[in-house]
Design a protein around this ligand. Sequence first.
Ligand SMILES: [Zn+2]
Length: 224
Amino acid sequence: MGERKGVNKYYPPDFDPAKHGSLNKYHHSHPLRERARKLSQGILVIRFEMPYNIWCDGCKNHIGMGVRYNAEKKKVGTYYTTPIYRFRMKCHLCVNYIEMQTDPAGCDYVIVSGARRKEERWDMRDNEQVLPTEREDKAKLETDAMYRLEHGVADRAALQRAVPTLASLQEAQSAWKDDFALNSMLRRRFREEKKTLREEEEEAAALQAKAGLSIPLPMRTSRR
Ligand SMILES: [Zn+2]
């Protein structure tokens, strides 16, 4: 198994570090072995996972997101400093080859050839999702004076709407400062009311005792 994998730590008896340097050199192999067989062309074989659902152009079959292929990965360009990689893989159901590449600008993968994307994207505006500030908008805001003015107006209107809310918030906040005073006042009033109620009850009881009645006065009134 010594020749199978460069990471194997078996050192054969005739291995000489001065002469061979490393196990990979001893076996005349690359640490990535078969995956690196086209490295001279800038191609590395990797496991590629289908990032979304597609239709194969060759067999018209649906290929689901997450299906994995051995793909040849190659750098085909750059977007600013981000490399653009292209992946070439054979459909597992037919002889057709599918080519996809990274799209750093759109943070996505695009199909170069051999397949069609099953369209499942949606407009975030339709979904009431939060939209990131669009690049063009941002650029316009920075450069276009008229655009900035219009947006400034809209922002001022929003501020006007927010002002009453802010004022009432401030009011509420100052009211909360008197929370303790308010609370103790309420408690005092409650105690007083309770006291009055008890006094009234006692008064009624005394009246009843005086009249020698065992039933409450209002009941007698209702029976008459
Ligand atoms: Zn196919």
